[in-house]
Ligand binder design. Structure first.
Ligand SMILES: [Zn+2]
Length: 228
């Protein structure tokens, strides 16, 4: 696994097998982790982050889940355990709809059974809404609620760097399917139209490669969806 550094302060680890991509954003002594994969390969991700120095001098860890699917949240528990053993507290954050699903451990929405697993519920400290700010050190990230792939899907906009964490809402040349529980194609179209208006130099998706031409990528997806 090759770590990809996105300047100035983000580490991208591409998801192995069915896992989501996993991102680390560090500012001062605070660390944000965006999504945790299925949990199967947690040791690989955290070993690389550690070797590369991303876990040094960290006093606060926040795990943000872009949505409630198991391939993005299945590693939450093992990540939390790893940091607790190092006497670091972990706080979870997500859109409030995803938070409700994770706290209730609703496997029919999380889709744990697709992976032959069961989700262990845990508290989510930050139940975010559209427009909220999530602050990590000196970095402010704006929460954009983007229902469609799931009801609780949200993107995080790092305005100072024009970077968007896009979860399973926007991929390179593709979008997250809408036929799973709480998915809704009309909502997805509305979310994409809204996302197209943001100035983004780099999109960091939940799966696959980075998105460098944000607006034209979204318009291509919208053309495809509207032609269906
Ligand atoms: Zn998903």
């Amino acid at each position: 696994m090759i770590p990809i550094i996105i300047k100035p302060n983000i580490l991208m680890l591409k998801g192995v097998h069915l896992d989501s991509n996993i991102y680390f954003l560090k500012s001062g002594r605070e660390l944000l982790i965006v999504d945790t994969g299925t949990g199967v390969f947690w040791n690989r991700y955290l070993s690389i982050a550690q070797q590369e120095g991303w876990l040094e001098n960290v006093s606060r860890v926040v795990i943000f889940n872009t949505h409630e699917h198991f391939d993005h949240v299945g590693g939450n528990h093992v990540f939390m355990k790893f940091f607790k053993e190092k006497e670091m507290e972990v706080e979870f954050a997500s859109h409030r709809d995803t938070a409700r699903t994770l706290e209730g451990g609703d496997d029919s929405i999380i889709l744990s059974y697709h992976y032959g697993r069961k989700y262990e519920p845990h508290p989510v400290k930050f139940k975010l809404e559209d427009g909220d700010l999530l602050s990590i050190g000196d970095v402010d990230l704006r929460v954009i609620h983007t229902p469609g792939h799931t009801q609780g899907s949200a993107c995080l906009y790092y305005e100072d760097e024009k970077i968007m964490f896009s979860g399973d809402t926007v991929f390179f040349n593709a979008y997250g399917r809408t036929d799973l529980p709480t998915g809704d194609e009309e909502e997805l179209i509305k979310s994409l139209e809204r996302l197209a208006r943001y100035e983004v130099r780099l999109g960091l998706p939940g799966h696959g490669k980075l998105i460098d031409r944000w607006t034209s990528n979204i318009y291509r997806i919208l053309d495809h969806l509207e032609g269906l």
